[in-house]
Design a protein around this ligand. Structure first.
Ligand code: AR6
Length: 173
């Protein structure tokens, strides 16, 4: 099996439209939906994703998915094959939660690799509702992915606006 860091690519666009094996969802611990990326994935992916999330809550994750962890479901009607749900930390100025944000990328890649995925699309986790400053989030995301040994070939960061795109582009040089 080939391991090493994956190839990083950047796209300005909507993560629900990506033709990849795995789309990563910036979810919350309830796994039952929300706004932002989470809302878009459930809207575009249809009810099967929520059905599997409910089943996960009824079995392995009775108390919810802990921050920094990841779990897979079907991608429903999305072009992707699976959605990997992860829970980013809410940004805090008092407490350094960057290890949890890095963990979201690492754990999502581990789940994706176990499924046999070769291409994985990530949003800028925690930079919306959870208020993480973009430049810092981009640094953590890129470092976490580059430090992961994985059988995933391509990690595609899908950024929703120019500002987010520029923050990630600055990190990739
Ligand atoms: N494609 C790609 N990126 C997007 C899309 C999209 N369709 N929509 C938004 N973004 P957020 P969080 C960007 O708020 O900060 C939810 O309610 C957005 O501009 O989706 O991790 C969950 O249920 C931002 O840069 O996720 C949780 O409760 C980035 O995606 C909570 O929000 C992440 O924004 C999670 O908050």
């Amino acid at each position: 099996m080939s391991t090493g860091a994956p190839r990083l690519t950047l796209v300005l666009g909507d993560i629900t439209e990506q033709d990849v094996d795995v789309v990563v969802n910036a979810a919350n611990s309830s796994l039952l939906g929300g706004g932002g990326v989470d809302g878009a994935i459930h809207r575009r992916g249809g009810p099967r994703i929520l059905e599997e999330c409910r089943a996960l809550r009824a079995s392995r994750y009775g108390r919810g998915l802990p921050t920094g962890q990841a779990v897979a479901t079907t991608a429903g009607e999305l072009p992707a094959r699976w959605v990997v749900h992860t829970v980013g930390p809410v940004y805090s100025r008092e407490e350094d939660r960057s290890a949890l944000l890095a963990s979201c990328y690492r754990e999502s890649l581990a789940v994706a690799a176990n499924l046999g995925a070769r291409t994985v699309a990530f949003p800028a986790i925690s930079t919306g509702v959870y208020r993480w400053p973009l430049e810092d989030a981009a640094r953590i995301a890129v470092e976490a992915v580059l430090n992961t040994d994985t059988t995933v070939d391509e990690v595609r960061f899908v950024l929703f606006d120019e500002r987010a795109y520029e923050a990630f582009a600055a990190r990739l040089g």
